[in-house]
Design a protein around this ligand. Structure first.
Ligand SMILES: [Zn+2]
Length: 371
């Protein structure tokens, strides 16, 4: 009797792990049987047993501490922590050979720990220093067509009725505001497709949490302003001061930089792994990131400077924006900080910089321009 006689499948290795069908995020316990000809997946939960020939299956390179991933042509994926079994099979069938030197190095403890420390340091440095700088640069070079896509996708989310509803302003009032906004947009320039969307910021309904008096800009030049902000203003100059501030966020591409910064790690992992699932997750995450993301203190200051220039040219004073910011603060200021349960989506009255500082900054802009 020999050992070989009882081994049904010469050279086969069964590895246990979990399976994702590519449609839902639910995992199912599964095993794969690895042979020199291919991979057989067995998912008892789903009553699935399938075999793919070797060339149709892709195996992600090993990264220390990360589960190994086997991808199937139908979009399913299999993940396992049993790197040893998968590695042995890869060596046998000649998969991921280019990485074998790296893997050999990584299998040695000292080298592995050193590499790990280096990787942690690099990632930390990238998050702290690299992402904001890269995000700003990436925002600056993002093509117009992509900006338009971001606006369109975000508006789909907005128009779902959760955040805003159809405006209740009269047709005449809407036309007047549109006319005034066109002047602001023409002044702002930069070749953006400026569009003012007037919306009800308190649409009601079961899933609604209205955004109240507010305005915000999307990267491509779409600017949303709520009926509640229009009602709060004592003059249209105040509203145009707000809208000029929003065009400042557009021309300086602040929203886009915020998205890139917020999604930095997702983006990095997409690039590293070349994972199409992550890439589509990235695209789908843009509206949420745009709506959730705040601007940095520097971005707010920059947008206020843009509005300050507009108001000085047109009105010889920065008072309109100062006044409406002060009124917003006195009406809504309490409990509207970072800890508020509402998303900090919308642009006015963010906690950084504080309203008092912004008003002082606007006064200083006026003093500097009009001695
Ligand atoms: Zn702003």
């Amino acid at each position: 009797m020999t050992g070989k006689a009882v081994r049904v499948n010469v050279g086969a290795t069964a590895v246990s792990g979990v399976y994702f069908d590519g449609r839902s995020s639910r995992d199912h316990p599964a095993t794969v049987t690895l042979t020199e000809q291919g991979v057989t997946l067995n998912v008892p939960d789903l009553n699935v047993t399938r075999t793919w020939p070797l060339p149709e299956v892709s195996v992600d390179p090993a990264i220390p501490g990360v589960r190994r991933v086997v991808k199937f042509p139908d979009g399913g994926r299999y993940e396992t922590t049993d790197d040893a079994a998968l590695g042995a099979w890869e060596r046998r069938v000649g998969r991921n050979r280019a990485l074998s030197g790296v893997r050999w190095l990584e299998s040695r403890w000292t080298a592995a720990l050193g590499a790990l420390a280096l990787a942690v340091a690099a990632v930390a440095a990238f998050i702290v220093f690299g992402i904001p700088a890269l995000a700003t640069q990436a925002a600056a070079v993002t093509p117009r067509s992509v900006l338009a896509t971001f606006d369109r996708e975000t508006l789909k989310v907005l128009n779902s009725g959760t955040y805003v509803g159809a405006t209740k302003l009269s047709a005449a009032r809407q036309a007047q505001l549109q006319r005034e906004f066109r002047e602001v947009a023409a002044w702002a320039g930069g070749g953006y497709a400026y569009t003012l969307l007037l919306r009800d910021g308190e649409p009601g309904g079961p899933d609604s949490f209205g955004i109240g008096p507010n305005a915000f800009a999307l990267p491509g030049g779409t600017v949303v302003m709520t009926d509640q902000l229009v009602a709060l203003a004592n003059s249209d100059r105040e509203l145009m001061g707000v809208l000029a501030h929003e065009t400042g966020h557009v021309t300086h591409r602040h929203g886009l930089a915020g998205v890139y910064q917020g999604l930095g790690l997702t983006l990095v992992s997409t690039v590293i792994t070349g994972d199409l699932v992550s890439a589509s997750t990235f695209a789908a995450a843009v509206p949420a990131a745009l709506l959730r993301g705040g601007y940095s203190r520097a971005a707010e200051t920059q947008a206020d400077e843009v509005s300050g220039r507009f108001m000085l040219e047109r009105y010889r004073t920065t008072r309109p924006l100062q006044d409406i910011l002060a009124r917003l603060e006195s009406q809504l200021g309490d409990g509207k900080d970072a800890g508020d349960s509402k998303p900090s989506v919308f642009d006015l009255l963010r906690s950084h910089p504080g309203t008092a500082q912004r008003i002082e900054h606007l006064r200083a802009i006026e003093r500097a321009a009009l001695p």
